[in-house]
Design a protein around this ligand. Structure first.
Ligand SMILES: [Zn+2]
Length: 448
């Protein structure tokens, strides 16, 4: 009984508290309403005061026009692509709704494929808020510079319509000539002479059909390169362009290459007689910029071809990209005993190449895959029976390993007739430009 009574009184107390709270709440609302009313009337007052001033100004000048309040400024946000980012992720991050972002990206596809987005790319997104103080609003457009030369601008023209513009900036070009003599390694000599790293990679690729960059480079060999340096109108450096001319002097033998562009074949390099630098197979199927030099070890039993060791080794840092030596089809990509991770490519009925001790395969490289010459297929490692990171490279003729050093591949495309004459004219022009650029090594000699 006692318990029930106490319970009852608690219930009464609760009801009482609620009643007070409701009353208090009502009071609060009324109070808030009152202050709002006061605020409004204050605004009206100042408005009226302005009106009183008006007739005076009308006497001295034209009657002022009441303009609608200015619309809030656009919100401009810059987002930067991190690892794994997509245009979709970045646009949404900047405040675009998913459906609009999707349509905007789709509309851009033909001008710039969204998959070409690179890490570090900055994208500027513009939103238009509907009222002041709002931190977001409808999407207006976005823009970015995929390179120093171009800007892609996507603008919304209607609810689900977008215009895409590609704005090109012309860069100025300048010929730069870099030459040097190799004392310890091509890499060291090229760096010392001021040859850009990207140009060195291009240079090695240019000669990779004819030169074995592990064994053919000897002390006192020379290089001479003319490359385009591109800069903006204000003189700011933009990027290094194409190699226009190159010469390698290996063991006293000069090999010159000239850049030649045609509508049908694009950019190619030819020697002075119009024979293409490109052959069916590469002698150096690797990014050779960092190959370690091994002078006088051309016939080294481990590094070179012997009856016991039926391949050629390229000692290079772990992770160095390995190229498909020629066009073909992957016939094997996997582990293979002492070879470790191994790839074999069939180029035609006669030739095949093999690559061993890889650290790993490039994504998508597997049996049956078609590859093109120079395409990255894997990376240097030390898997299988191997003493250190290197690429073991084999050339197979009718299924049997042959000595790549002895391989005489038929030369590639040969210019003839009218095309050869066109090439000769272009070569003369290039030689003129070359003469106008003193070779830096000569400059160094005279300054001494
Ligand atoms: Zn080997």
């Amino acid at each position: 009984m006692n318990f029930l009574k106490r319970h009852k009184s608690i219930a009464v107390q609760i009801v009482g508290v609620i009643a007070i709270a409701v009353m208090f709440g009502v009071g609060l609302t009324t109070y808030l309403n009152n202050t709002q009313v006061t605020k409004t009337s204050a605004a009206e007052k100042s408005h009226q005061e302005k009106k009183i001033v008006l007739p005076a100004s009308a006497v001295f000048g034209p009657a002022p026009v009441f303009e609608p309040p200015p619309s809030p400024p656009a919100i401009i946000r810059t987002v930067k692509a991190g690892p794994g980012d997509t245009f979709m992720k970045l646009l949404v991050k900047a405040g675009t709704d998913r459906a609009t972002a999707h349509s905007a990206i789709r509309s851009m596809r033909k001008t710039f494929h969204p998959r070409r987005l690179k890490r570090g790319q900055e994208i500027t997104v513009t939103l238009k808020p509907k009222s002041w103080g709002v931190k977001t609003g409808p999407f207006i457009g976005f823009s970015f510079n995929p390179s120093v030369e171009e800007t892609i601008k996507v603008s919304r023209t209607a609810q689900d319509r977008f215009s895409v513009e590609k704005i090109k900036r012309l860069l100025d070009r300048q010929d730069v000539r870099v030459s040097g003599s190799i004392q310890s390694s091509l890499y060291v000599a090229a760096t010392k002479a001021g040859l850009p790293a990207s140009t060195l990679v291009d240079l090695i690729r240019l000669y990779s059909w004819d030169v074995d960059f592990q064994r053919d480079i000897q002390k006192n060999d020379k290089f001479d390169v003319m490359v385009e340096r591109l800069h903006q109108k204000n003189g700011d450096f933009a990027r290094w362009g194409n190699i226009l001319y190159a010469e390698l002097v290996l063991s006293g033998k000069s090999m010159r290459l000239f850049r030649y562009e045609s509508k049908r074949h694009g950019v190619e390099y030819f020697d002075e007689r119009g024979r293409s630098a490109q052959k069916a197979l590469m002698k150096t199927p690797i990014n050779g910029a960092r190959l370690s030099s091994r002078y006088g070890k051309r016939r080294h039993p481990i590094l070179g071809y012997t009856k016991m060791h039926r391949g050629i080794d390229f000692a290079a840092p772990r992770g160095t990209p390995i190229y498909a030596a020629g066009n073909g089809v992957v016939t094997y990509a996997g582990r293979k005993g002492a070879y470790g991770k191994y790839i074999r490519i069939r180029h035609n009925g006669r030739y095949a190449t093999a690559y061993a001790h890889l650290r790993g395969f490039k994504r998508g490289i597997r049996r049956g895959r078609r590859v093109t010459q120079g395409q990255v297929i894997g990376y240097v490692g030390s898997t299988g029976r191997s003493t250190g990171p290197h690429l073991h490279y084999e050339i197979l003729v009718n299924g049997r390993q042959i000595n790549p050093l002895k391989l005489r591949l038929p030369s590639g495309r040969k210019l003839k007739g009218q095309e050869l004459r066109r090439f000769a004219k272009m070569r003369e022009r290039l030689e003129g430009r070359l003469a106008a650029r003193k070779s830096p090594s000569k400059t160094r000699v005279t300054s001494r």
